[in-house]
Design a binder for this molecule. Structure first.
Ligand SMILES: NC(=O)c1ccc[n+]([C@@H]2O[C@H](COP(=O)([O-])OP(=O)(O)OC[C@H]3O[C@@H](n4cnc5c(N)ncnc54)[C@H](O)[C@@H]3O)[C@@H](O)[C@H]2O)c1
Length: 268
C-alpha cells in the first residue's frame, strides 16, 4: 500500500461550497485530511460538510466573504484554532465575480479591478496568511493555487481574468522560492474548461460537443479531475515539486481546431 502522507493532516479550501473547490475538499478528506472550508454560500458549504462527514473526517465550515478586509487572516486564524495547525492550503476562489466574458474594449475599470481582486489580490492575501501561520508553527506545508489554462494562450474576452491568473502563476513561483527554506511547497494547477454545474449550464450542447472533439484526449474535466491532481501535489507523491504550474486540460492547449467560445459562456 502507498501511504500518501495525508492522514490526519489539517487542510483548508477556499470557495469550497461548489464546483472544483467542493471536489477538492471532499477528496482531501478521502485522503485522510481534516478540512476547513470557507465560502460565502452557507447552504453550499453545508452540502460539502455533509459529503465530508461521509468520509469519516472532520470539516470546519466557515461562511465568510474572503474579499472583506482582513477576512483571509481571520479565516486562517480560525482554522489554526479549530484544527490545531495548517498543513495544506488550497486557494480556489476565482472566476469572474458574477460577470460575463467581454472584449477588452468593453471591460471598464470596475470590471478589471473586480476580476483582479477576485483572482489575484485575494489569492495573494490568502497565501500570506497561510504562509505566516505555517512559518509561525515551524511546520512544513503545502500551498496550492488554482490558476487557469487561459494563462497558456491569449485569453480572448478574458483579458483581465487571464492577466490576473498569470499573476497567480508568477506569485506561485516567487513564493516557492521565498518559502522553500521554511519547508513550504507552493504550486498552482491550471484547469482547462471544467464541467461544474454552473459552467455546464452556461454552455450549449453543440459547443461542449465541438470542444470535446477538439481536445486530444476527447474528454473535458469534471471537478474530480482537479481534486485528484490536488491530492497528488499535496501528498508525499509531490514532495519534490514546487514552483510549478501543472496544466490539467486533457491536452486542450495542443489543439489546432479549438472552437470559438460563444459570447455568453463562462470563464475557464
Ligand atoms: N470551471 C472551470 O471551467 C475553470 C477552469 C479553469 C480555472 N477555473 C478556476 O477554478 C476555480 C474554481 O472554479 P469553479 O468553476 O469551481 O467556480 P464556482 O463559481 O463554481 O465556485 C467558486 C466558489 O467560490 C465561492 N466564492 C466566490 N467568491 C467568494 C468570496 N469572495 N469569498 C468566499 N467564497 C467565494 C463561491 O460562492 C463558489 O462556491 C476558480 O479559481 C476558477 O477561476 C475554473
Amino acid at each position: 500500500m502507498i501511504d500518501l502522507g495525508l492522514q490526519g493532516r489539517r487542510a483548508l479550501v477556499t470557495g469550497a461550497a461548489a464546483g472544483i473547490g467542493r471536489a477538492i475538499a471532499v477528496w482531501l478528506a478521502r485522503a485522510g485530511c481534516d478540512v476547513a472550508l470557507a465560502d460565502k454560500d452557507a447552504s453550499g458549504l453545508k452540502a460539502t460538510a455533509e459529503a465530508i462527514a461521509e468520509t469519516g473526517r472532520r470539516s470546519e465550515p466557515l461562511t465568510i466573504d474572503l474579499r472583506e478586509d482582513g477576512a483571509p487572516a481571520q479565516f486562517v486564524g480560525q482554522v489554526v484554532a479549530a484544527l490545531g495547525g495548517l498543513d495544506v492550503a488550497v486557494n480556489n476562489v476565482g472566476m469572474l465575480s458574477g460577470r460575463a466574458p467581454a472584449p477588452f474594449l468593453e471591460q471598464d475599470d470596475r470590471y478589471i479591478h473586480d476580476v483582479v481582486a477576485q483572482n489575484l489580490l485575494l489569492t495573494a492575501a490568502c497565501c500570506r496568511a497561510e504562509a505566516r501561520a505555517m512559518v509561525a508553527a515551524g511546520t512544513p506545508g503545502v500551498i496550492l493555487n488554482v490558476s487557469s489554462g487561459e494563462t497558456t494562450r491569449p485569453a480572448l474576452d478574458l483579458a483581465a481574468y487571464g492577466a490576473a491568473k498569470a499573476g497567480v502563476n508568477h506569485l506561485t513561483q516567487t513564493l516557492a522560492a521565498e518559502l522553500g527554506p521554511h519547508g513550504i511547497r507552493v504550486n498552482a494547477i491550471a484547469p482547462g474548461t471544467t464541467l461544474t454545474t454552473e459552467v455546464r449550464a452556461a454552455l450549449s450542447d453543440e459547443y461542449v460537443e465541438a470542444l470535446t472533439a477538439s481536445i486530444p484526449l476527447q474528454r473535458m474535466n469534471e471537478p474530480d479531475d482537479l481534486a485528484r491532481l490536488v491530492v497528488a501535489l499535496a501528498s508525499d507523491l509531490g514532495r519534490g515539486v514546487t514552483g510549478q504550474l501543472v496544466l490539467a486540460d486533457n491536452g486542450a492547449h495542443l489543439s489546432r481546431n479549438r472552437p470559438n467560445r460563444p459570447g455568453a459562456a463562462s470563464a475557464s
